[in-house]
Design a protein around this ligand. Structure first.
Ligand SMILES: C[S@@+](CC[C@H](N)C(=O)[O-])C[C@H]1O[C@@H](n2cnc3c(N)ncnc32)[C@H](O)[C@@H]1O
Length: 359
């Protein structure tokens, strides 16, 4: 799969994509905001909200029909193991959520994006809208989807290292991150924060996966995907957005590391005692010691230990040698072997062996 920025209409471009070909979809569709007239800030200046032609629909059934069509195609192109994130505001998210469920999508979570710097409600006539909602779903109830739990914990900016919840705090995209047109005005009325997309892509896809965005705008999704080493297919109807977006993505480089590779979630390679004996990391007949220096077993060729005339695996033998009530404990926490007149943990030796396999 190649990286692609397609300047076209999703309703005609999505049907051209092969079935079950993408791993992750992020969709930021027109919200059908129904804003009319010009908004003014309290001090009188004009506020550029979302009053774009691409956000106009004639009626609710028109919007429902559009939503049904693109969501049907997204479900077709999503791999069985893939997942989809759709972002929306109160104007559209209930319609979108209902249609997703009707189509058979299974909801995993809904996430509140709390805007830490929301646009004020200029008239003071109602609450200030300070959030948007993201729906995270899979193709059907039985789908096994990617979720990097430990990466999500690492990205938890409220409580680093704690389980990530469903309320996320990010500022609205502004300053240098915001793309500008040739007059220095914001290029796009609804450019999403890069950090939001990075979090979504990092926790719900793998390096090398393909991410699709059918309403790509300024290519925020592509920028985040490229930064994290994912492939991307972007569809956007507006040629100007595509042009600026392309330049934006070209300037991004891959940021290799544990976030991109979900390194926190990688299970250590399983290795056996016999394998380590064969590789010369342990010697048949050598003594195993507890941390207090007491001898507790002699290593046999099958990786087990000879202890008081009995042959036991290293875990059972550790519990026995330490006179514990538990039948088994993790032998790698307890056993030491002699290396150059020092007791060395067998866990450390196992790590050395694992490292040797990486090279
Ligand atoms: C809410 S904006 C997406 C903004 C984007 N997430 C970003 O960060 O820049 C929706 C985009 O969808 C585009 N669009 C609307 N209808 C479309 C369609 N049928 N096919 C392709 N693009 C469409 C609009 O031009 C607009 O740029």
């Amino acid at each position: 799969m190649h990286d692609e920025i397609i300047n076209g209409d999703s309703l005609s471009e999505l049907p051209k994509l092969p079935a079950e070909s993408v791993d992750l979809i992020f969709a930021d569709p027109p919200y059908w905001m129904r804003t009319e007239g010009v908004l003014h800030r309290t001090e009188g200046t004009e506020f550029q909200g979302c009053n774009d032609s691409w956000d106009k629909f004639d009626s609710l059934s028109d919007y429902e029909d559009f939503t049904l069509r693109w969501l049907t195609e997204c479900r077709r192109v999503l791999k069985p193991s893939g997942s989809i994130w759709v972002i929306g505001s109160m104007q559209c998210v209930y319609t979108i959520g209902a249609i997703m469920q009707r189509l058979g999508y299974w909801l995993i979570n809904d996430v509140i994006w709390h805007k830490t710097n929301p646009t004020p409600n200029f008239t003071g006539s109602r609450l200030n809208n300070s959030h948007e909602t993201l729906i995270w779903a899979v193709r059907d109830r039985r789908a096994k989807f990617t979720f990097h739990y430990k990466t999500a914990k690492a990205l938890n900016s409220d409580s680093p290292g704690k389980q990530l919840g469903s309320v996320w705090h990010f500022p609205v995209c502004s300053g240098r991150e915001r793309l500008k047109d040739s007059h220095g005005r914001k290029l796009h009325s609804t450019q999403k924060p890069l950090a939001l997309l990075e979090r979504i892509i990092a926790i719900s896809s793998d390096i090398g996966d393909t991410v699709l965005d059918p309403f790509a705008g300024t290519m925020t999704t592509a920028a985040a995907a490229k930064k994290l080493g994912r492939r991307y297919i972007m569809i956007e109807r507006d040629g100007d957005y595509c042009r600026h977006g392309r330049a934006r993505v070209e300037a991004v480089s891959f940021a290799d590391g544990e976030i991109a590779r979900a390194g926190f979630d990688v299970k250590p390679l399983r290795v056996t005692m016999t394998e380590m004996i064969a590789a010369g990391y342990f010697t048949v007949g050598e003594k195993f010691f507890l941390s207090d220096g007491h001898e507790g077993g002699e290593l046999l060729a099958d990786g087990k230990l000879l202890h008081d005339g009995e042959i036991l695996d290293i875990h059972t033998c550790a519990a026995r040698a330490k006179n514990l009530r538990a039948k088994r404990v993790n032998g790698f926490d307890h056993w030491r072997v002699m290396r150059e007149n020092h007791l060395v943990s067998i866990r450390e030796i196992r790590e050395n062996y694992r490292d040797s396999l990486k090279h």
